[in-house]
Design a protein around this ligand. Structure first.
Ligand code: F6P
Length: 326
């Protein structure tokens, strides 16, 4: 028999499509297990402020298809202080919450590592971020939808780029990770993909544009990840315009459109599986770990290990991008 009676659920950091499906799964599994389930609004900030309310299974009806998060989210600076963490812990104790489900990304689990160094309370995490920059899971909730959103946008840009013989630089999100750039770029047949994990050789990019120009290739699409070492789309545009002043070079920054929208079927399934698994893991006595999906199976990885994503970008993939983009 588990000693857990009441669980609190929060979403923290950047929202991602599918977070609602994860909340739904965790709430309903919690109630199924006989627990009282509490929603904590605005992530760690709401925990500090005691913005906590009891949830019923009907509170999560009709949300599986919705982007955003019904629990709202925030990036809390106060939680990073000793005083903030103490306030958060006091609120959890006041509400008699004896286990937590944390849905978020890198920042959420960094916060968790610091918090659980000081306070002991069972907690299981669920990876919710469009960036896919966590270890311990093959996919994060929201990544698939974000890539699909980027693909839809880039396809549209290709139409107008071709009509005008323009070169387009499209900037996508991903913080320090190039997964959205690589996957949307491959899916849209981008001529070049610039990512933070690989030093950008601008001379090489310019040579490829020159080559395309000489053989009259009409469209050139460059997908650049927001934190590429060369800079963002604007810096890339300046370099190209300086070398090729007659080229019509345009920029499109996709921005937060990538974070919204109805989650794809795979994000809904992933979120449902991990929301369910997180509560089941707590009931089985597991703690301080994130539930992820590796090769189709649920795997628990300690919080301190998920924030060290050192998986290198597959060099074969990078080679393939060069071969296919001639
Ligand atoms: O972590 C998700 C993410 O969308 C990143 O890709 C991006 O760098 C960041 O959040 C933007 O955060 P904010 O919406 O707080 O500006």
């Amino acid at each position: 028999m588990s000693s857990i009676k009441n669980i609190g659920i929060l979403t923290s950091g950047g929202d991602s499509p599918g977070m609602n499906a994860a909340i739904r799964a965790a709430v309903r599994t919690g109630v199924y297990c006989g627990l009282d389930v509490y929603g904590i609004r605005r992530g760690y900030q709401g925990m500090i402020e005691g913005d906590i309310f009891k949830m019923r299974t009907t509170d999560v009806s009709n949300i599986i298809q919705r982007g955003g998060t019904i629990l709202k989210t925030a990036r809390s600076k106060e939680f990073m202080t000793d005083a903030g963490m103490q306030k958060a812990y006091d609120q959890i104790t006041k509400h008699d919450i004896n286990a937590l489900v944390l849905i978020g990304g890198d920042g959420t689990f960094r916060g968790a590592v610091q918090f659980f160094d000081k306070f002991t309370i069972p907690a299981i995490g669920i990876p919710g971020t469009i960036d896919k920059d966590l270890a311990g899971t093959d996919f994060t909730i929201g990544f698939d939808t974000a890539v699909n959103t980027a693909v839809e946008a880039i396809d549209k840009i290709r139409d107008t780029a071709e009509a005008h013989d323009r070169l387009f630089i499209i900037e996508v999100m991903g913080r320090d990770a190039g997964y959205i750039a690589i996957n949307s770029g491959i899916a849209c047949g981008a001529e070049d993909i610039l990512i933070p994990e690989q030093a950008t050789d601008m001379e090489d990019v310019l040579c490829r544009i020159d080559f395309d120009e000489r053989r009259k290739k009409t469209v050139h699409i460059i997908v650049v990840a927001e934190h590429d070492d060369f800079g963002g789309a604007k810096e890339v545009q300046s370099s190209i315009t300086e070398r090729f002043p007659l080229l019509d070079v345009r920029v499109c920054i996709l921005g937060h459109i990538q974070r919204g929208g109805s989650p794809s079927f795979s994000d809904r399934v992933l979120a449902s599986r991990l929301g369910y698994a997180a509560v089941r893991a707590l009931m089985a006595g597991e703690s301080q770990a994130m539930a992820g999906l590796i090769n189709g199976s649920v795997v628990l990885t300690p919080f301190k290990n998920v924030i060290k994503n050192e998986t290198p970008i597959d060099s074969d993939l990078l080679e393939m991008i060069r071969v296919l983009s001639v």
